[in-house]
Ligand binder design. Structure first.
Ligand SMILES: *[C@@H]1O[C@H](CO)[C@@H](O)[C@H](O)[C@H]1NC(C)=O
Ligand SMILES: *[C@@H]1O[C@H](CO)[C@@H](O)[C@H](O)[C@H]1NC(C)=O
Ligand SMILES: *[C@@H]1O[C@H](CO)[C@@H](O)[C@H](O)[C@H]1NC(C)=O
Ligand SMILES: *[C@@H]1O[C@H](CO)[C@@H](O)[C@H](O)[C@H]1NC(C)=O
Ligand SMILES: *[C@@H]1O[C@H](CO)[C@@H](O)[C@H](O)[C@H]1NC(C)=O
Ligand SMILES: *[C@@H]1O[C@H](CO)[C@@H](O)[C@H](O)[C@H]1NC(C)=O
Ligand SMILES: *[C@@H]1O[C@H](CO)[C@@H](O)[C@H](O)[C@H]1NC(C)=O
Ligand SMILES: *[C@@H]1O[C@H](CO)[C@@H](O)[C@H](O)[C@H]1NC(C)=O
Ligand SMILES: *[C@@H]1O[C@H](CO)[C@@H](O)[C@H](O)[C@H]1NC(C)=O
Ligand SMILES: [Fe+2]
Length: 636
C-alpha cells in the first residue's frame, strides 16, 4: 500500500509538472537556469503537502476575473491568456527580490496568503465560434498566487492565417471563461494574403474612456492589434471613493502588488476587455508601463539615489523596474523573447512575405539618459553626441540586422513598431513664450540623433526601402516622409528624397496639446509650416489608426474619438494616406488633398462633423455634448 501510494504521488507529481510547465508565466524570467524564475519543485511540494495537489480548493469560488486575451501570433501558434482566481484582488506579495535569493528570483512563498492549492484549467482551441467540434489544440495548465493567478499558454499546431476560438474551463467543472477569438499569421513565404492592423498607444484610464478600443473592436475591420506602449500609466489620479475612473491604487505605483493592481484595473475596462477578446495583440512598452521618461536606470520622478530610495519607501529604481516588468509579463499576452533576459521585449514577426514587423524598445532596455526636467539643458547639449543610443548596442545591432535580413528574404514591407516620434520636428512655434524650451523634443529621436543617423545610414547603404515607422507616445498625430535632414535633399511637393513614411498616432485617451479644436488647428498650421517633411499634423482628437497592407500599397486610415469624457461609440474619419510599394513616400496629393482636422502641407482641412456611430453603423452630426474631450477632475 505504502509503495503504491508513493508511486501514485510520483506519477501525480510528474504529470502535474508537465502541466505546470504549460503555464509560460512559471518559466519567466528564465527556465534555463536553476535559481532563476519560480522554483516549481518548491511550489509543487507546497501543494502536495496540502494533500490536494491535483484538485484544488472550492472550485465554486473560482472566477475568470479579467476575461481572455491572445497575442504574438505566429503561423502555427499563438499566446492565450486568462486569469482564474478565488479573489478579484491581486496577490498581495510585493517582494520581487529579497535576502540572498538570486536576482530575478520569483519565490514569494513567504508572502502568499491565498494560494493554498493550485488551480487547474483545461483549455481548448477550435475553428468554430461556439467551441463545438474537434479541438485544433487543447491542454491543461495550473496557476497559483505566485503569478497572481494568471495563465498564459502557447497553443501550437495551428494552421496559418486562420481564425480560431478559444476557451478556458476550471478542471472538472462547468466554470468557463468567455470565448475568445484569435488569428494566426500567414506563413513566411505567403506573399499574397493582404493584412490589416489597428495601431494604438497611450491609453490613460483616469484621463478618459477607451472609446478607441471599443470603436475598433465593433467595426472589426482588422486582423491584428498593435499597442506601441503606455498601455497603463503609473501615476496617481483621482479619488477612488468619488471618481469612477480614479487610478487604483490611489498613488504612484512602485511595488509588485501596485503594478499588478494597476494593470488589472485597466483590464476591467469593458472596451479594452472586448478588443482583447476579439483580436490578437502585439504589444511593447513605452515609459509609463514603468515610470515617466524612464531610461536605462532612472526616470523623471526617480533617481538611482538614496534620496529617491527613501522617498519611495525603500524601493530602488532597479527593483521598481523588475516589479513593473514582472507584472507586465504576467498580465500581457506576449511571448518572452529571451528567457534569459526578462527586460527584453524587442522582437520581430514575419507576417507572411508581405510584412516584417519589427517591435523596438526605445525606452527601458538600454536607453542613454533622457530629459528628466532637471537636466534638460544638458540633454539638449548632448543630443547630437554619437555615443547616445535609444536601444543599447545589442538591440541596435539586432535592429539593423533585422532590416537587412528582411530585405534579403524579399519581404515587401518593413514595419517598425517604435514608441517615440522618429522624424525631426521643430516645434518652436507652439511653445509658450517665456518658458525655457528647445526647438526639438529631446525625449524623442531628436534627443538621439546619432542613433537616428545610424538607422538612416544603414537603410541608404543597403538600399533598404519600403520602411514604415510607427510611433505613439506624443498623444498627437504626425504623418511624415522619412527624411535624413541635413544629408538628403527633399522635395516636399513630390516626396523625392524620402526613404519611407512615419505614421505617428494620437493617444487612446491621454491628454494632447490641450485647447479646443480651433486652437489645435492653428497650432498644427504653424508646425506644418515649420517642418516640410511633416505632411499632416493633428492634435485635438484621441483615437487610433488602421493600416491595410498588400503587395502594392499601404493604406492608413486615422480615426478620432470626439470625446473620451464619456463612454460613447462615436468616431470621426480624420485622414487617409496611401504609400505605394517602391515609392518610399506618401502618395500625392497627400491624404487626397483633404483632411478633416489639423493641417496638411498641400490641400485643405474641411471639418464636416460627420460622425459614425460604431454601434449602429449610422452616420450623423456630432452633438454639442461631445465637445468636452476629457474626464474632468477637481483641480485641488
Ligand atoms: C464570481 O462571479 C460571480 C458572478 O459574477 C459572482 O456572483 C461571485 O461572487 C464571484 N465569486 C467570487 C469568489 O468572486
Ligand atoms: C510589502 O508587503 C509587506 C507585507 O504585506 C508589507 O509589510 C510592506 O510594507 C509592503 N511594502 C511596501 C513597500 O508596500
Ligand atoms: C476621497 O474622497 C473622500 C470622500 O469625499 C474623502 O473622505 C477622502 O478624504 C478623499 N481621499 C483623498 C485621498 O483625497
Ligand atoms: C534627481 O536628481 C536631480 C539632480 O541631483 C535632482 O535635481 C532631482 O530632484 C532628483 N529627483 C528625485 C526624485 O530625487
Ligand atoms: C524652427 O522654426 C522657427 C520658426 O518657428 C525658426 O525660426 C527656426 O529657425 C527653426 N529652427 C530650426 C533649427 O530649424
Ligand atoms: C547626424 O546627421 C546630421 C546630418 O548629416 C549631422 O548634422 C549630425 O551632426 C549627425 N549627428 C550625429 C551624431 O551623427
Ligand atoms: C479656442 O481657444 C482659443 C484660445 O484659447 C480661444 O481664443 C477661442 O475663443 C476658443 N474657441 C472656442 C470656439 O471656444
Ligand atoms: C477615408 O476613407 C473612407 C473610406 O475608406 C471614407 O469614408 C472617408 O470619408 C475618408 N476620410 C477622409 C477624411 O477623407
Ligand atoms: C461642426 O461643429 C462646430 C463646433 O461644434 C460647429 O461650429 C459647426 O457649425 C458644425 N458644422 C456642421 C456642418 O455641423
Ligand atoms: Fe503616453
Amino acid at each position: 500500500m505504502l509503495l503504491q501510494g508513493i508511486s501514485v504521488a510520483l506519477l501525480l507529481a510528474s504529470t502535474a509538472c508537465a502541466s505546470w510547465d504549460g503555464n509560460l508565466n512559471y518559466r519567466s524570467p528564465s527556465i534555463n537556469h536553476d535559481g532563476l524564475g519560480i522554483n516549481l519543485r518548491k511550489v509543487h511540494k507546497r501543494m502536495l503537502t496540502k494533500r490536494d495537489g491535483s484538485m484544488p480548493q472550492q472550485t465554486g469560488q473560482l472566477n475568470f476575473t479579467h476575461g481572455v486575451a491572445s497575442g504574438d501570433p505566429w503561423d502555427t501558434s499563438v499566446i492565450l491568456w486568462t486569469r482564474v482566481s478565488p479573489q478579484y484582488e491581486n496577490d498581495r506579495s510585493n517582494v520581487t527580490v529579497e535576502g540572498n535569493v538570486p536576482l530575478f528570483n520569483h519565490e514569494t512563498e513567504r508572502y502568499i496568503q491565498m494560494s493554498a492549492s493550485p488551480i487547474c484549467v483545461d483549455w481548448q482551441v477550435t475553428k468554430t465560434p461556439d467551441m463545438s467540434g474537434a479541438p485544433a489544440a487543447s491542454g491543461k495548465a495550473y496557476t497559483t498566487s505566485d503569478i497572481d493567478y494568471t495563465i498564459k499558454i502557447e497553443a501550437t499546431g495551428l494552421n496559418p492565417f486562420t481564425t480560431y476560438y478559444y476557451q478556458f474551463t476550471v478542471c472538472g467543472t462547468q466554470t468557463s471563461s468567455p470565448i475568445g477569438r484569435t488569428k494566426t499569421s500567414p506563413t513566411d513565404d505567403d506573399s499574397s494574403t493582404p493584412l490589416s492592423f489597428a495601431v494604438f498607444s497611450c491609453s490613460n484610464y483616469p484621463n478618459g474612456y477607451f472609446n478607441a478600443y471599443g470603436n475598433a473592436a465593433r467595426k472589426d475591420n482588422f486582423d491584428y492589434a498593435i499597442h506601441l506602449g503606455d498601455y497603463i500609466y503609473e501615476t496617481a489620479k483621482g479619488n477612488l471613493t468619488v471618481d469612477p475612473r480614479a487610478a487604483n491604487p490611489q498613488k504612484e505605483i512602485v511595488t509588485l502588488y501596485d503594478y499588478r493592481t494597476r494593470i488589472a484595473q485597466y483590464r476591467s475596462d469593458l472596451d479594452l476587455s472586448l478588443i482583447h477578446q476579439q483580436h490578437p495583440f502585439i504589444t511593447v512598452w513605452d515609459d509609463h508601463e514603468i515610470a515617466n521618461n524612464n531610461f536605462r536606470d532612472g526616470s523623471s520622478s526617480m533617481n538611482n539615489t538614496e534620496q529617491s530610495f527613501n522617498k519611495f519607501g525603500g524601493i530602488s529604481f532597479d527593483t521598481r523596474k523588475m516589479n513593473a516588468v514582472r507584472a507586465y509579463f504576467e498580465w500581457m499576452p506576449l511571448r518572452q523573447a529571451d528567457l534569459d533576459d526578462n527586460l527584453r521585449i524587442w522582437r520581430s514577426f514575419k507576417m507572411g512575405k508581405l510584412v516584417d514587423l519589427i517591435m523596438l524598445d526605445t525606452r527601458s532596455y538600454d536607453r542613454s539618459i533622457t530629459g528628466l526636467n532637471w537636466n534638460d539643458d544638458y540633454i539638449y547639449e548632448i543630443s547630437n553626441d554619437a555615443g547616445r543610443s535609444l536601444m543599447g548596442s545589442r538591440q541596435e545591432n539586432w535592429f539593423y540586422n533585422s532590416l537587412l535580413e528582411s530585405k534579403e528574404r524579399g519581404a515587401t514591407w518593413r514595419v517598425i513598431g517604435n514608441q517615440i516620434v522618429f522624424s525631426r520636428i521643430n516645434s518652436t512655434s507652439t511653445q509658450d513664450e517665456g518658458e525655457e524650451t528647445f526647438p526639438f523634443n529631446i525625449d524623442q529621436w531628436d534627443g538621439y540623433t546619432g542613433n537616428r543617423n545610424r538607422t538612416f545610414k544603414h537603410l541608404y547603404d543597403n538600399m533598404i526601402g519600403n520602411n514604415i515607422m510607427l510611433a505613439g507616445d506624443s498623444h498627437q498625430n504626425w504623418v511624415s516622409d522619412m527624411i535624413w535632414v541635413g544629408e538628403e535633399n527633399y522635395d516636399s511637393a513630390t516626396g523625392a528624397g524620402s526613404i519611407g513614411v512615419e505614421f505617428a498616432g494620437t493617444a487612446v485617451s491621454s491628454s494632447g496639446s490641450g485647447g479646443n479644436l480651433s486652437s489645435n488647428i492653428h497650432g498644427s498650421e504653424l508646425i506644418v509650416r515649420d517642418n516640410q517633411e511633416l505632411q499632416w499634423q493633428e492634435g485635438y482628437y484621441r483615437g487610433y489608426y488602421e493600416m491595410h497592407i498588400d503587395a502594392e500599397k499601404i493604406e492608413a486610415r486615422f480615426f478620432g474619438s470626439p470625446s473620451v469624457a464619456t463612454r460613447n461609440p462615436y468616431e470621426v474619419s480624420l485622414a487617409n494616406f496611401t504609400v505605394y510599394s517602391g515609392e518610399n513616400h506618401l502618395a500625392r496629393p497627400v491624404a487626397g488633398g483633404v483632411a478633416a482636422s489639423g493641417a496638411i502641407q498641400q490641400g485643405e482641412v474641411v471639418m464636416t462633423n460627420l460622425t459614425l456611430n460604431t454601434e449602429t453603423g449610422e452616420w450623423g452630426y456630432q452633438a454639442a455634448e461631445y465637445n468636452q474631450m476629457f474626464i474632468a477632475y477637481p483641480t485641488s
